[in-house]
Write a protein that binds this ligand. Structure first.
Ligand SMILES: C[S@@+](CC[C@H](N)C(=O)[O-])C[C@H]1O[C@@H](n2cnc3c(N)ncnc32)[C@H](O)[C@@H]1O
Length: 479
């Protein structure tokens, strides 16, 4: 629609310009009493051809706009096809690379040993965090051809093992090993696969629900604390997971400056833990949205009898206005190309004197990848961590940043507790017999590597408080 307007404005503009030019030329013609068109001066000829050329560009532009408009409704499909073609080409490339490695094993072994040594890690060495390689050829092949994805898959399939996985990852991260063996080709392919295309369109946003959140409530009930919080706890005064999660919920309530009767929107409400806590302890009414049907089912049960409504909806579809908006652990699914949309939506749905609280993982160093192929494939499809400068860029003109709190280290403590719970409950976990040892090792890898990322301070956890116009009298934050 916008494009059409531009198109017709362009036509108007170019024909008006041409009309002015022709009348100017005619005036000259009358002044000089010369024959117009046949006897133009060099200056007139130049001006006219420049104008004709400009008009030609304008017309081409309009034709292109028309083509774009024809295809605009099919943009999602086109993106999907482009994405699949890229993925296929990368697979072919990877296969060729794999063939090469097959014939240069010794060189690869030396090369990898040199890299791991930089972090004090010795392959098949004696330390708790030295990996034990069960199948050398397979290990080298996977790590060299698929970098972090290969390392993770190798762990899942027991091609390698290690006594202290967190320490292994921590040492590797502290010494920036990922940077070392994420060579330029892997960087480019990761970028092409995970960032160049908008993977978080409205249609695609439900994929992570199917892949991850719909795995079944049984899995998450056995791993999380009784409040069912699937985000970082606040460990300042806490000694166990439940206390840390309750402290986080309370901290959010206080930062939002809630008063009884207020309306709150919780974007990405999970199993309704925050909605329940705020309704019960702050007397507010809450609308929680999630893209997972499984989550919504349990969230509704848990919030029964309270002033809470749970909807299965993409955040882009929310229209009502609220006194407060909060989003915990969901922004990681939004994707950089949609940050403007996210903040426009929150701005539109927040009352003028409202408060927005964003709780998200993020990255502050440009040598830390925002997406990671193993996590993309096995854990959080299409998730991209926000880079710290992206947030002020996307909120520019929409929000005032009132407070920015970093509690990144607390996430390593939270993740360790989830891992303990998962390990302790594994025997009882049936999940409709969908799980096996490979799933167990995948989940352990996910929780442990994530804990190491936060412990090594590569990942941050931010709670950012924003207002539309600045809070009069100033915003007093809470810690
Ligand atoms: C990591 S969980 C956090 C859940 C909850 N806030 C908590 O702290 O326990 C992320 C949540 O975001 C939701 N989500 C992901 N993408 C979404 C989207 N496009 N629109 C709405 N919710 C989304 C998921 O369904 C899930 O509930």
């Amino acid at each position: 629609m916008h494009m059409l307007n531009y198109g017709s404005r362009w036509t108007q503009f170019s024909s008006q310009t041409l009309a002015v030019a022709v009348s100017w030329l005619s005036l000259k013609h009358r002044d000089n009493n010369e024959l117009f068109v046949l006897q133009q001066s060099a200056e007139q000829q130049q001006t006219l051809s420049l104008l004709l050329f400009t008009e030609q560009i304008g017309k081409t532009f309009i034709v292109l706009l028309g083509v774009y408009q024809q295809f605009a409704p099919k943009m999602d499909l086109i993106r999907d096809v482009v994405y699949r073609v890229i993925v296929f080409s990368i697979r072919v490339y990877k296969y060729l690379e794999w063939l090469l490695i097959e014939y240069a094993e010794d060189f690869v072994e030396q090369h990898l040993n040199k890299i791991f040594k930089k972090a004090g890690i010795v392959l098949d060495g004696p330390k708790r965090y030295d990996p034990k390689i069960n199948d050398k050829k397979e290990f080298y092949t996977r790590v060299v051809s698929n970098a972090l994805l290969g390392l993770g898959e190798g762990y899942m399939e027991k091609i390698w093992d290690v006594e202290d996985l967190e320490e292994f990852a921590y040492q590797g991260l502290k010494h920036d090993l990922a940077k070392e063996y994420l060579g330029p080709v892997n960087k480019i392919t990761n970028y092409m696969l995970l960032q160049a295309i908008n993977l978080q369109t409205q249609k695609k946003s439900f994929e992570v629900g199917e892949q991850h959140y719909n795995l079944g409530n049984e899995l998450f009930e056995c791993m999380l604390d009784p409040t069912m919080q699937y985000s970082c706890g606040y460990w300042k005064d806490a000694t166990n997971l439940e206390q840390a999660q309750l402290a986080k919920l309370n901290l959010i309530g206080e930062k939002l400056k809630l008063k009884p009767g207020m309306t709150v929107l919780d974007i990405g409400c999970g199993w309704g833990g925050l909605a329940k806590y705020l309704a019960e302890n702050f007397g507010v009414s809450v609308v929680g949205c999630t893209i997972s049907i499984e989550q919504a089912k349990l969230a509704r049960e848990r919030c029964e009898g309270l002033n809470v409504e749970i909807v299965v909806q993409d955040y882009r579809d929310i229209q009502e206005k609220f006194d407060r908006i909060v989003s915990v652990g969901m922004f990681e699914h939004v994707g950089p190309q949609n940050y403007p949309t996210f903040f426009e939506m929150t701005n539109r749905c927040l009352k003028d004197d409202g408060i927005l609280l964003l709780h998200t993982i993020g990255v502050s160093h440009n040598n830390v990848p925002l997406t990671e192929p193993w996590f993309h494939k096995y854990i959080f499809r299409n998730a991209v961590l926000p880079y710290h400068t992206d947030i002020p860029k996307a909120t520019d003109g929409l929000f005032i940043l009132e407070d920015w709190h970093n509690m990144g280290h607390d996430y390593s403590l939270t993740l360790r507790e989830w891992k303990k719970n998962f390990e302790n409950n594994w025997e009882q976990l049936s999940m409709g017999k969908k799980v096996d040892e490979k799933f167990y090792r995948m989940w352990i890898y996910y929780l442990t590597i994530s804990a190491a990322c936060f412990r090594a301070r590569k990942y941050q956890l931010w709670q950012i408080v924003m207002s539309k116009n600045g809070i009069e009298g100033g915003y007093q934050s809470v810690r």
